[in-house]
Design a protein around this ligand. Structure first.
Ligand SMILES: Cc1cc2nc3c(=O)[nH]c(=O)nc-3n(C[C@H](O)[C@H](O)[C@H](O)COP(=O)(O)OP(=O)(O)OC[C@H]3O[C@@H](n4cnc5c(N)ncnc54)[C@H](O)[C@@H]3O)c2cc1C
Length: 476
C-alpha cells in the first residue's frame, strides 16, 4: 500500500496537512503549488524586514485532532496572544466582543434604548425567515443592532445586499451566538465553552501563521516527499477507474494512484474530461470574492493597541485593519516602524480591482489617516497584494449548484477534494487542516470520512480542547 503514489494540489493548510500526514505514514507524496511559497492564504511573507500575514490570521480550534497536529508541528515556537479587536463605526471605537457599558456609552442612551426595543420586538414578533442573512440576524439581534454591527460590514465583504446573502453564512459563522450570550460573556467572562468569535486568547507561532506550513514542508522533504513550488497544475485526468494523472501547466503529464485537490473547485471541474454540461453550468454559478491587501509602513511603534479592527464606517471602503506589531514581538524584529494592512474586497469587474498599486496605496493612506488611529505619524512605504478567489460567496441559493458539483465529483474514485476554494467552503485554517487530516486518513486507514461535511459549523464529537501556554488543555 505504501507504494501508492499520491499527488496533492495546493500548499495551503489543507494540502500541506494531507501531504504531511501521508508522508508520515510512508506514502510516496508529491505536492504541486502554483505560487513560489507554501502556506496558501495562510502564508507569512517578509516585508520591510518584518514578517506579515495576508491579513489577520488567528488560529483557533476546539478539535483535539487539529490542536494536537498544530502543536506537533509548531513545537514550543508559539506564544499566547491576548486578543484586542474593536469595531470602528461613526468615528467611535467599540470593543468587540461587545462590552455592554462601553457600547451603551458610545451608542448613547437614546440609540441603545432603540436597540433594546428592537431586540424585544423580535422576541414578540420575529421577522419572517426567507433564507437570507438579513432575516436570520435580525431575528436574533433586532433590526437596530443588525444595521449597526452586521449590515455594513457584511455588505462590504460580500458586495451584495444582505437580503441576497444566504443565511448559511450567518448560521455557520455566528451560530449559537445570541445577544444574551454576548452580554453574559461580557459580564461573567468564563473561558469554558466560549463562542469561537468571542475567544480572547489564541496561540500564534513566533514566525507568523505561515511558520506552521514552512515547518510541514521541511518535514515532508526530510522524509522523502516532494513539495514543488511554482508548479501550477492545469488539470486532473480521469479514466474508467477514476482519477489517473495530472497535467502541469508546462504540459508534463504524471500518473498517480490518488489525487488530492485543493485548487479552485471551478478550475478543477472546468478542466476535467467529459463533465456533463449541467455540472459545468452549476460550477459557473459558484462565485468568489477577491481581496486587495494594502500594506502600509507607519514610522512609529505602539501606534494603536488592536490586533485588528473591523471597519463598519460607511464612508470608508476598507473593511478591516490589522496591526502586526501587536501579535508577537518576534515578527516585528525590533524595527522602529509598524506594518498595518488594510483589506478591500471586490469582484473582478469592480473598478478598484483594476486600480494601480499607486492608486491603492494613496487610497489606503487617506483612509487610515481618516480613522485617526495613526495621528500625524509618517507613512513611509506601501505595498499591494491582490488575492483572487479569496472568499467563496454564499449568495442565496448557492447550495443547489454546489450540491450538483459535489455529487458529480463524489463519483470520481481516487480524487479527494478539500480546502477553502477547493471545496467552496468558508473555511478557517482549522477546517482546512481537518479536511487535510481526514483526506489522509481515508487513504492511510481506508476510512470513509465525508469531506464535504466539514465546514465552519461541524461538531466536534470527541473530547474538545484548547491550546494554552503550556500545551493542550483537554476539556471534560
Ligand atoms: C484576509 C484573510 C484573513 C483570514 N483570517 C483567518 C483567521 O484569522 N484565522 C484562520 O484560521 N483563518 C483565516 N483565514 C482563512 C485561511 O487563510 C484559510 O482558511 C486557509 O488558508 C485555507 O487553506 P486551504 O488550504 O483550504 O486553501 P488556500 O490557503 O487558499 O491554499 C490553496 C493553495 O492552492 C494553490 N493553488 C491554486 N490553484 C493551483 C493550481 N492550479 N496548481 C497548484 N496549486 C494551486 C494556491 O496557490 C494556494 O497556495 C483568513 C483568510 C483571509 C483571506
Amino acid at each position: 500500500m505504501k507504494d501508492k503514489k499520491i499527488a496533492v494540489i495546493g500548499a495551503g493548510p489543507a494540502g500541506m496537512t494531507a501531504a504531511y500526514e501521508l508522508t508520515k505514514a510512508g506514502f510516496d507524496v508529491t505536492l504541486y503549488e502554483a505560487s513560489d511559497k507554501v502556506g496558501g492564504l495562510s502564508k507569512t511573507i517578509d516585508l520591510w524586514n518584518q514578517k506579515v500575514d495576508l491579513g489577520p490570521h488567528r488560529f483557533f480550534s476546539n478539535d483535539t485532532k487539529v490542536n494536537k497536529l498544530w502543536l506537533e508541528v509548531v513545537g514550543k515556537d508559539y506564544r499566547m496572544v491576548d486578543r484586542l479587536t474593536r469595531i470602528y463605526y461613526k468615528k467611535k471605537f467599540y470593543y468587540y466582543p461587545l462590552k455592554p457599558f462601553d457600547a451603551l456609552f458610545k451608542l448613547g442612551i437614546g440609540r441603545a434604548f432603540l436597540c433594546v426595543m428592537s431586540y424585544f420586538k423580535e422576541k414578540i414578533k420575529p421577522t419572517k425567515q426567507d433564507g437570507s442573512f438579513e432575516a436570520w440576524v435580525t431575528a436574533r439581534f433586532g433590526s437596530r443592532l443588525y444595521s449597526i454591527f452586521f449590515k455594513t460590514y457584511s455588505e462590504k465583504l460580500w458586495g451584495i445586499p444582505c437580503t441576497e446573502l444566504d443565511e448559511d453564512f450567518a448560521a455557520q459563522r455566528i451560530k449559537k451566538l445570541s445577544l444574551f450570550e454576548a452580554v453574559k460573556n461580557a459580564l461573567f467572562s468564563s473561558k469554558k465553552n466560549k463562542h469561537k468569535t468571542l475567544v480572547d486568547q489564541f496561540a500564534y507561532p513566533i514566525g507568523g501563521t505561515g511558520m506552521v506550513y514552512d515547518k510541514m514542508k521541511t518535514f515532508i522533504e526530510k522524509n522523502g516527499g516532494k513539495v514543488l513550488c511554482s508548479t501550477p497544475v492545469k488539470k486532473v485526468d480521469t479514466g474508467e477507474n477514476g482519477a489517473t494523472s495530472i497535467e502541469l501547466m508546462s504540459g508534463e503529464i504524471i500518473p498517480f494512484d490518488h489525487i488530492i485537490s485543493s485548487m479552485p473547485i471551478t478550475h478543477l471541474v472546468r478542466n476535467l474530461p467529459n463533465v456533463p454540461a449541467d455540472v459545468i453550468s452549476a460550477a459557473t454559478d459558484l462565485k468568489f470574492r477577491n481581496t486587495i491587501l494594502v500594506y502600509l509602513k507607519v514610522e512609529g511603534v505602539d501606534v494603536f493597541p488592536d490586533n485588528w479592527l473591523y471597519v463598519h464606517a460607511n464612508d470608508l471602503q476598507m473593511g478591516r485593519i490589522t496591526n502586526f506589531c501587536n501579535w508577537v514581538p518576534e515578527i516585528n524584529q525590533d524595527e522602529k516602524s509598524t506594518i498595518v494592512v488594510l483589506e478591500y474586497w471586490s469582484y473582478n469587474e469592480d473598478a478598484i480591482w483594476n486600480n494601480t498599486d499607486e492608486e491603492l496605496i494613496a487610497l489606503g493612506k487617506k483612509e487610515l489617516r481618516a480613522t485617526g488611529l495613526i495621528k500625524d505619524l509618517e507613512i513611509s512605504e506601501g505595498h499591494i497584494i491582490k488575492i483572487p478567489k479569496c472568499y467563496p460567496v454564499y449568495g442565496k441559493g448557492y447550495k443547489e449548484p454546489l450540491q450538483k458539483v459535489e455529487t458529480y465529483l463524489s463519483t470520481i474514485n481516487n480524487l479527494s477534494v478539500i480546502g477553502r476554494y477547493g471545496s467552496f467552503k468558508y473555511n478557517n485554517q482549522d477546517h482546512s487542516i481537518l479536511m487535510g487530516l481526514l483526506a489522509a486518513d481515508n487513504i492511510i486507514n481506508d476510512q470513509t470520512h465525508n469531506l464535504w461535511e466539514i465546514n465552519t459549523d461541524y461538531e466536534t464529537y470527541q473530547e474538545t480542547s484548547t491550546i494554552t501556554a503550556s500545551g493542550l488543555s483537554v476539556e471534560e
